[in-house]
Unconditional design. Structure first.
Ligand code: AMP
Length: 114
């Protein structure tokens, strides 16, 4: 898989505003936030799209969601609510081909999306 901007962030070659890190996962504020809280939760292993996930990745994907839950609590948006989004490929609006979970909140979010 070609290196993405997120590989460079994981490697420390590009800075980020980190909110969480463990041996498997990194989370940081989106550089172009779409809501008052907009955090990206990413695995450290490079997986290009959600469509590339395999059964062995089941626990990792579960951990992404639980880390999002933890960050939402820490940033004070758990009670008001939030949205978790994986964009996949062109029609999903995916720009960075390293899977990432968007955590969005801090305001009323529109539904359905455009
Ligand atoms: P997606 O369209 O789902 O692939 O989302 C990619 C997200 O990465 C966008 O919301 C971008 O604003 C965000 N992004 C791109 N480069 C950076 C960066 N260097 N630091 C933080 N977020 C970034």
């Amino acid at each position: 898989m070609p290196a993405t901007i997120f590989s460079k962030i994981i490697a420390g070659e590009i800075p980020c505003k980190k909110v969480y890190e463990d041996n498997q996962i990194l989370a940081f504020h989106d550089i172009k936030p779409q809501a008052p809280v907009h955090v990206l939760i990413i695995p450290k292993v490079p997986i290009a799209t959600i469509d590339d996930l395999e059964p062995a990745d089941e626990a990792l994907v579960g951990r992404l969601v639980l880390v999002a839950q933890r960050i939402a609590r820490e940033l004070g948006i758990a009670e008001s609510g939030y949205r978790l989004v994986f964009n996949c490929r062109d029609h999903g609006g995916q720009e960075v081909h390293h899977i990432h979970l968007h955590l969005l909140g801090g305001r009323q979010l529109a539904w359905p999306p455009g």
